[in-house]
Each structure stands twice: as structure tokens, then as C-alpha cells.
Design a protein around this ligand. Structure first.
Ligand SMILES: O=C(O)CCC(=O)C(=O)O
Length: 262
């Protein structure tokens, strides 16, 4: 199974429309892959909170349209990263979209853990309330977004729901880059899953992005890591490695349930 992570540069000098067109052509160029992944809020930039309301779109809005066509043309599963979704009741969400190779929306996921430390998401957007997995012919994806990476209980839920490959689009800031790859590896090791973590590059809203998208195998080995700039990271994965890792070193079997702390 081949996966390509498109670490897009979010440059405020480029319009959202132009970036949408560029993202679609980058996806079309990955027709050799089975799964293509885009980052969190690559349309507006995760830290460009002033654009959230103006650029919000319906789930089936312009990004949906462009990404559905790109997935279909390339014949790939496409995790199209996330958009600012405007729901029917007017609430905004940070929502990820996953398309099947025939261009159908296979799943959407509203980010559960909103970020509020040095970014306005927690006050501007609503919170998702549902963990989402997506069945592919080769594997089962578990969906999470950026700040979610810090909350292992969501990943445990995804694994309980059958996830074998955790896909994490992000707009992670460079100033906390040390946490990024560490957390991606931790989620892979503790859940014995692949982790595909796809960030953005460039600087927007005066926040330098970390880049360094990373793919980690179920043993916690880094299979591939991007640099700081826009780049497509392509890697071959063996979905059978998840079951093999869990059989060879069966720590998930030894979990003690019911220890939830308040
Ligand atoms: O957790 C972090 O340090 C970054 C999170 C973030 O930037 C986000 O969720 O958009």
C-alpha cells in the first residue's frame, strides 16, 4: 500500500482558490499511490483565525467539489485534510473529509479537541463529538486532527473501533516541533498502528509551521520524514505489519480496563 502525504505550503500571498486548484493538481499527480493525505486547514491556514468565518464552507462546498474530482481522476483514497465547515445551524467546525477513489465522500470528522492556547479555534469553532474510522480495502483508517494528537484516549477509542492506520492532518507550529514527532511515535507505539501525520509548511499569521510530516510504523520506527518546506512524502506500507506487531508483542492484550481517571 503506497501513501503520499502532501505537505502544502500555506502562504497568505496565495488565494484560497489558487491553493485549492494547486492542491487538486498535486493530488492528481499521486495516481501511483493508494492513499493521499493533505494537512489540516490547508485552505486558510490553521492559525489564520480571522479567515475562519469568511472562508467557511458547507461540507459539500468548493473544497469538497475540487477534492472529490481530484480523488476520482487519480483513482485514490483521499484524506483531503480539513476545512472550516459551516454547519446548517451556522456553527463552524474544523472538519476532515475522506473520499473514495470514485469521488464519493466516505467519511467526515469534526475535530474533537479544539486548540485555544495561541490560536483562536477554541472560541470560534464548535467541537466534534464522534470518533471516526474509515474502512479501506487494505486497512482501517482512524481520523484525528492536529491538537488531538496530544490526547491518547481518542486514539484508544479509534483502535477499539478497529483503526490500524491513524491519519493526523495538522498545522503544527515550528515552536513546538519537538512534541510533533515524539507524539506521532508515541501514538504509533502505544497503539501498534501506523501513524501518518501530515503538516503544513511556510508561515501564515506570523506563525512558522513545523513541516516535518512523518510516517511511523507500528513498531514506532520513522519510515519517512519531510523537511520544512512544501514536499510530497511517499512511502510504501505493509498493512499486515499491524497484526504481526500485535501478535509478536501483544501489549494491547494486557490493557487493564476501567482505570479511566476523571
Ligand atoms: O498542540 C499543538 O502544539 C499545536 C496544535 C495546533 O496547532 C492545532 O491543533 O491547530
Amino acid at each position: 500500500m503506497r501513501a503520499s502525504l502532501i505537505q502544502m505550503c500555506v502562504d497568505p500571498a496565495e488565494s484560497v482558490n489558487s491553493r485549492r486548484t494547486r492542491a487538486a493538481s498535486l493530488v492528481r499527480a499521486q495516481a501511483d499511490s493508494d492513499l493521499v493525505v493533505l494537512p489540516e486547514l490547508w485552505t486558510v491556514g490553521a492559525f489564520a483565525a480571522d479567515l475562519f468565518a469568511t472562508e467557511a464552507e458547507a461540507l459539500t462546498g468548493p473544497t469538497h467539489e475540487a477534492m472529490a474530482a481530484a480523488a476520482r481522476d487519480a483513482g485514490v483514497w483521499l484524506h483531503a485534510g480539513s476545512i472550516v465547515e459551516r454547519a446548517a445551524d451556522g456553527t463552524l467546525y474544523n472538519t476532515s473529509l475522506v473520499f473514495s477513489p470514485d469521488g464519493q465522500l466516505a467519511a467526515s470528522y469534526r475535530k474533537i479537541h479544539r486548540f485555544g492556547f495561541d490560536q483562536g479555534e477554541a472560541v470560534l469553532l464548535g467541537a466534534g463529538d464522534r470518533a471516526v474510522t474509515v474502512g479501506l480495502p487494505q486497512t482501517t483508517l482512524g481520523l484525528a486532527t492536529c491538537y488531538d494528537l496530544r490526547f491518547p484516549e481518542l486514539f484508544r477509542q479509534l483502535v477499539a473501533d478497529g483503526a490500524q492506520m491513524l491519519v493526523v492532518p495538522a498545522g503544527w507550529p515550528a515552536r513546538r516541533r519537538a512534541h510533533w514527532s515524539l507524539l506521532a511515535r508515541a501514538r504509533a507505539v502505544e497503539n501498534q498502528t501506523y501513524v501518518l501525520a501530515c503538516g503544513t509548511a511556510g508561515t501564515h499569521a506570523d506563525v512558522e509551521q513545523a513541516g516535518h510530516s512523518v510516517v511511523v510504523d507500528p513498531w514506532g520506527e520513522v519510515l519517512a520524514e519531510a523537511g520544512p518546506d512544501e514536499e510530497v512524502l511517499t512511502v510504501d506500507l505493509d498493512p499486515a505489519k499491524v497484526a504481526k506487531t500485535r501478535a509478536d508483542f501483544p501489549v494491547l492484550r494486557d490493557r487493564v480496563l476501567g482505570l479511566d481517571v476523571p
